[in-house]
Design a protein around this ligand. Structure first.
Ligand code: NPQ
Ligand code: MG
Length: 372
């Protein structure tokens, strides 16, 4: 593939409902959409999931735009790309900025698949046609309010519920949901809101609530204290923020700091690295599942393709489009099947078509870059 040009669109999309985690609360989603065009006229799309502010990870929409414009896109223009993985090798010298790398790599995968007439799912080695999904429920005012929100999602057909927690809004809230729905598959995510001392005492009662896992209770870059916490809990500790590469995943598994791994394409620097983590976890008998970053239809399609791989053994945070957006930037909208799954797109590449009118409607600014 010879790349002709790249266009970056900074979009800001209103969310259907405010989403609150231990770190912050948002009612709109910023993202950077990447359009890659090759010299034969094929187009590929990608999504950079970094947010407006660096609450979840160090990157933001604007740092990603900077790193793409000044380093990653010039490297892409440096020569032909035979495979999306080639491009990542060429920019391995760029430290971190995983979400920026992943957004451009995703566009190259889409382009690569369209050129070959093959779906991303097939290219990645996916085996399933539909994948089990769940919903991530933001922090609510009271345990009663939370139970009502959960009831509504169960009504819609979600078969697994993830509750956000933080100090002061944890045990009472989770217990209320567990008592209202004794059999529902349930898990919690603290987004790094505790330190080891507070976690081992405050979260203690959660160990008796039959949870699938406790996600990232401690610092966003920690492994060791998660290892120490796991020794005191029967419930599996799952890492999200801390796993930024296959190397980190290896170390976490070696020290028993992650009995489950949440895989996010952006956080780990692309689909190639995500598959590497999947394979490594499979070899260690550690189940993985697909996290979510409130993606548009582009990133959502990529998550579905990835989650069709065999070691994705827990439902993903890949909800239906209408859980987040009234109008998306893809013509395709993803909906829940009756069995609590979402169907993986089958068309070439990501298998979605961008709605250029919607994209323009949400775009704050865009910039095009051309190969020499
Ligand atoms: C997580 N996602 O697993 C992330 C956190 C996250 C679906 O729970 C705006 C506001 C964007 C909050 C992206 C889910 C966000 C956000 C991701 C939270 O930790
Ligand atoms: Mg998380």
């Amino acid at each position: 593939m010879r790349i002709h040009s790249v266009t970056l669109y900074h979009v800001r999309m209103p969310l259907v409902a405010t989403f609150a985690t231990s770190t912050h609360s948002r009612d709109q989603r910023d993202a950077l959409i990447v359009e890659v065009r090759d010299t034969d006229g094929y187009i590929g799309w990608g999504e950079v999931v970094a947010g407006f502010a660096p609450h979840y990870s160090p990157e933001t929409t604007i740092t990603a735009e900077h790193v793409l414009a000044d380093f990653l896109i010039p490297a892409l223009f440096d020569g032909p790309v035979h495979h999306p993985g080639d491009f990542l090798d060429r920019v391995a010298w760029v430290r971190n900025h995983n979400m920026a790398k992943a957004g451009l790599e995703m566009a190259l995968w889409d382009l690569y698949g369209k050129r070959l007439g093959r779906s991303l799912r097939d290219l990645l080695g996916g085996t399933r046609e539909r994948v089990p999904v769940g919903v991530s429920v933001g922090l609510q005012e009271s345990p009663q309010a939370l139970v009502q929100v959960v009831a509504a999602y169960l009504e819609q057909g979600y078969r697994r519920i993830k509750l956000k927690i933080k100090p002061g809004q944890d045990v009472m809230f989770v217990r209320a949901v567990r008592e209202a729905f004794p059999d529902v598959p349930l898990q919690v995510d603290a987004n790094s809101a505790y330190d080891l001392e507070t976690a081992r005492t405050a979260l203690r009662p959660l160990d008796d609530m039959n949870l699938l896992l406790i996600e990232q209770p401690l610092a966003y870059d920690d492994l060791w204290d998660h290892h120490k916490l796991q020794k005191e809990f029967r419930t599996p500790i799952c890492l999200d923020e801390s796993i930024t590469s296959a190397e980190k995943a290896r170390k976490a598994m070696e020290m028993d700091a992650a009995r489950v791994i949440n895989i996010k394409v952006g956080r780990v620097g692309g689909l190639t690295e995500a598959v590497r983590i999947h394979d490594l976890a499979a070899a260690n008998k550690v189940p993985v599942w697909s996290g979510g970053m409130l993606e548009t239809g582009i990133g959502r399609a990529a998550n579905l393709a990835l989650a069709s791989l065999p070691n994705f053994r827990l439902p993903g945070d890949i909800s239906a489009t209408d859980r987040y957006y009234r109008l998306d930037i893809t013509h395709e909208r993803f909906a829940l099947n009756d069995d609590g799954t979402i169907t993986v797109p089958q068309g070439p590449g990501l298998g979605v078509r961008v709605n250029r009118e919607a994209l323009a409607f949400y775009t704050l600014h865009s910039m095009s870059y051309y190969a020499e």
